[in-house]
Design a binder for this molecule. Structure first.
Ligand SMILES: *Cc1c(COP(=O)(O)O)cnc(C)c1O
Length: 394
């Protein structure tokens, strides 16, 4: 007998009463700078489509050709009969793109993080994690038996303290997001690398919000900080800038990648990545290299938006990332602002407690190379108009 209904209903009610209910807005066409919903069209400023490559015609063409040449799906994990030539090609292409020794594909970056720590760390090891790391890192770390240390967000003194406390461990491993998604701030990789070297620690960077568009040629945060040869392991996603469908990977030292192929549970016990995604992934990396103006446009659009919004009087933290948080503070006003923006055809989302600390509610804008200047300037205009209406600007 199903007697738990009451409890579940009560929990759902608590979520709603706390104002934490997440509504899903339905889009009726492809992802893009402009999206179509039942209410009409909206300018989209909240996707991870940083390069405008989700549903790009050449990507669609690659995916369609893969359906013809390699089929829809493999009905197998990699080591039984789920490895095609294109899976190996994409792994090599990613290694070449990131200048790493080897790469292993997963069906998501969530799985890449879920299968990493348990495979390479045991009870005699230590894992040291930034307190604001992504949920998938937290879960992946929970699955491993290493001793856990957590340092205050981007606090290098605190990281040093953890490294010193873990000095007896067989292996020390530091893990950080390359970019922290609620603020758009970059991990201080130059300082982190120096500390890792001083304390002989491995460094893992989850570059999901950076691969493809951060750094001069889009190699990510290691390129931005000029430490590409000093990061041991990178995890990242194909589900954001790199086409946006799904899929993830771990890239780095070849012995680590080999161990993952032998022992990583999400790799061994979950289906292979679909051929259409794999073929499109290869094309994405080729496009990024063949047309460097796309990365440049992501960066120049971001600079234009950040500068104009600052000049308009909005409170935004300085930085280089296309994630631009418009700090409002008050939860109710933030939701009101997001609603007004949406009514005026600008698709943005407000973030409040518990996703961010109380009193630090914000609207998180995400700029894309897929936006043209007119769209960026229009959004700035609507923000200014709504900001004045709500008394946020002087
Ligand atoms: C989005 C994200 C992930 C999850 O990526 P998926 O491929 O969608 O599972 C993991 N880590 C970070 C830092 C992310 O931003």
């Amino acid at each position: 007998m199903y007697s738990e209904r009451e409890r579940f209903v009560e929990e759902l009610q608590q979520i709603e009463d706390a104002g934490l209910w997440k509504q899903e807005r339905q889009i009726t066409g492809p992802q893009g700078a402009v999206v179509t919903t039942a209410d009409g069209q909206a300018l989209n400023f909240c996707s991870n489509n940083y390069l405008g490559l989700s549903s790009h015609p050449e990507i669609l063409e690659s995916a369609k050709s893969a359906l013809d040449s390699h089929g829809f799906g493999l009905s197998s994990v990699r080591f039984i009969c789920g490895t095609q030539d294109i899976h190996k090609q994409l792994e090599q292409r990613i290694s070449r793109f990131l200048s790493t020794e080897d790469t292993i594909l997963y069906t998501s970056c969530f799985d890449a993080n879920g299968g990493l720590f348990e495979t390479i760390l045991g009870p005699e090891d230590a894992v040291i994690s930034d307190e604001l790391n992504h949920a998938s890192i937290i879960d992946g770390v929970r699955l491993c038996k290493a001793k856990r240390f957590r340092y205050s967000h981007s606090d290098m003194d605190d990281l040093q303290r953890c490294l010193t406390e873990a000095s007896e461990a067989r292996t020390r491993l530091v893990v950080t997001d390359g970019v922290f998604s609620m603020h758009g701030d970059l991990a201080l990789l130059d300082e982190i690398c120096a500390l890792c070297e001083e304390h002989r620690a491995l460094l893992v960077v989850d570059d999901s919000h950076a691969t493809g568009f951060i750094g001069k040629t889009g190699r990510g945060t290691p390129e931005h900080f000029d430490v590409q040869d000093r990061v041991d392991i990178i995890t990242s996603t194909l589900g954001k800038a790199l086409g946006g469908a799904s899929g993830g990977f771990t890239s780095g030292r070849k012995e680590v990648i080999s161990l993952l192929r032998q022992r990583s549970r999400p790799y061994l016990f979950s289906n292979t990545v679909a051929p259409a995604i794999v073929m499109a992934g290869i094309r994405v990396l080729d496009l990024i290299d063949a047309e460097p103006d796309r990365v440049e446009r992501s960066q120049s659009n971001t600079a234009r938006f950040r500068q104009a919004m600052t000049e308009a009087g909005f409170d935004i933290t300085s930085g280089v990332h296309p994630i631009v948080p418009i700090m409002i503070g008050d939860e109710r006003r933030t939701m009101e602002m997001a609603q007004k923006m949406n009514q005026k055809g600008i698709f943005v989302v407000g973030f409040s407690y518990p996703v961010v600390p109380k009193g630090q509610a914000r609207i998180r804008v995400q700029i894309s190379a897929g936006h043209d200047l007119e769209q960026i300037d229009h959004a700035i205009g609507v923000f200014t108009e709504v900001g004045k209406e709500l008394g946020l600007l002087g």
